[in-house]
Write a protein that binds this ligand. Structure first.
Ligand code: NAD
Length: 439
């Protein structure tokens, strides 16, 4: 089987490499020529555990190819996946311009029947829009007889565990309109699900909605727990115990019940905004989702407030060590990261920032340039700092040498945005501790 994946980012590259690993002949297409040239030389543009080996192995085996030219490969393919970005526009709508550019390129160069699958996260109805654009152009080109299908196949992989998620998905959701498309997609996903075929076929609109509904549910759990955590602090309860007590109920479950300093990343914030816009467009207000976003926005400010409160707002001229810049561990992605909200407030208040992240230092420079100090490791970041703040729970932060930190820091305050430390433990080393949702 020959497929092309258009958009070689977190989703496109992981999907392409994993399909190739199963024996599919895959061409990854991207307009970024630097990225494509780098990939041909084994340079992986993102940090994603396990990805490099798969990409190099399949490229060398001639099953994975890279190009900047969709027209040159289009008519060799059976399936074209669209996996380009769908960021928020100024009003919060999903910006579909990248998706539509790809649809137009397909429309301009298609000569044979194809299955065009939307993998990007898109508002309900987008696959039909793609179909319309292509149909119109084919008709203009005098190709009225040329038939094609569209399908929706939203992606559920998590950055940081993307290869694993793609190789062993909980489920694969596919929206189709006919048996032919269903059979082709079954064939493609069959190798991933040999023992338990977990592809859920449905209509296209429901498939597009499933992706937004899933992300909205996960974001809701996070904001819900952050709300509970804030209340715990005010009434003297410990959210860690509450979480364990709640999560043991099989109807609730343990996942996604961790309070923290808010969700970020390339998906939840924009998808939450986009589903609200989808509602607005049809005259329906998504009240729960609106509250989810409001809680998240205030939660992202919580680390700064804890720091400022500790010093009675007298923070100008202080120095803070920030451990963790990526929006979560095991990725270098900083889109909408809570660390950015924190650092922006610190800088505005005249506080110096010494930051360290195991994977996102290069990415951080794109956002903050020379406004902060880029430390070489956690101890360099903490040197002479008045406080240590942890927005991201990388494993290497979990058991630092507190005795060294005690010596090198000016003042011994730890603000833990992910509840990875123990208050009593830190007190034994002479540190003051502030977590989320704890006394
Ligand atoms: N990142 C995730 O964890 C994740 C998970 C599930 C779904 N998604 C969704 O998948 C989609 C892609 O996300 P991503 O994080 O991989 O994006 P990304 O920004 O990492 O990658 C998008 C790529 O598309 C390329 N591109 C843009 N226009 C193009 C064109 N006309 N032709 C070819 N390439 C083009 C860009 O150069 C870029 O390399 C989004 O809709 C996102 O919401 C992302």
């Amino acid at each position: 089987m020959k497929i092309a994946i258009v958009g070689t980012g977190y989703v496109g590259l992981v999907s392409g490499a994993c399909f190739a690993e199963m024996g599919v002949d895959v061409t990854c297409v991207d307009i970024n020529s630097e990225k494509i040239e780098g990939l041909k030389q084994g340079i992986i543009p993102i940090y994603e555990p396990g990805l490099k080996n798969i990409v190099i192995r399949n490229y060398e085996a001639d099953r994975l190819h890279f190009t900047t030219s969709l027209p040159s490969v289009l008519n060799d393919m059976e399936i074209i996946f669209i996996a380009v970005g769908t960021p928020s526009d100024e009003e919060g709508n999903a910006n579909l311009s990248y998706v539509m550019t790809v649809a137009n390129t397909i429309a301009d160069h298609m000569e044979k029947p194809l299955l065009i699958v939307t993998k990007s996260t898109v508002p309900v109805g987008t696959s039909y829009q793609i179909r319309e654009v292509i149909r119109k152009r084919l008709d203009e080109r005098g190709l009225q007889e040329l038939n094609f299908d569209v399908a929706s196949n939203p992606e559920f992989l998590k950055e940081g565990a993307a290869v694993n998620d793609f190789m062993s998905p909980d489920r694969v959701v596919v929206g189709v309109e006919n048996k032919g498309a269903e059979e082709l997609m079954s064939k493609l996903y069959h190798p991933f699900l040999l023992n338990n075929f977990r592809v859920i076929f449905m209509d296209i609109l429901s498939s597009e909605m499933t992706k937004y509904a899933s992300n909205a549910m996960l974001a809701t759990r996070i904001s819900f727990m952050n709300d509970i955590a804030n209340l715990c602090e005010l009434v003297g309860a410990d959210v860690n115990m509450v979480r364990r007590g709640m999560g043991s109920d099989s109807r609730i479950g343990r996942s996604f019940l961790y309070p923290g300093c808010g969700y970020g990343g390339s998906c939840f914030p924009k998808d939450i905004r986009a589903i609200m816009k989808v509602g607005e467009d049809v005259g329906y207000e998504m009240k729960v989702i609106k509250a989810v976003e409001e809680v998240n926005n205030s939660q992202k400010a919580i680390l700064f407030h804890k720091f400022s409160r500790y010093f009675n707002s007298d923070i100008k001229g202080k120095t803070v060590a920030v451990w963790g810049l990526a929006f979560k561990p095991e990725t270098d992605d900083m889109r909408d990261a809570p660390s950015l909200t924190l650092i922006e407030s610190l800088l505005e208040a005249g506080v110096s920032v010494r930051a360290y992240d195991p994977a996102a230092m290069q990415e951080a420079r794109k956002y903050m340039d020379s406004k902060i100090y880029y430390a070489t490791d956690i101890y360099d970041a903490a040197n002479e700092a008045d406080a240590l703040i942890v927005p991201t729970e990388w494993k290497e932060f979990r058991l630092p040498n507190w005795s060294i930190l005690k010596k090198i820091m000016n003042n011994h305050l730890v603000i833990d945005g992910r509840n990875i430390y123990n208050k009593e433990d830190l007190a034994s080393y002479g540190f003051e501790y502030r977590g989320i949702g704890q006394k």
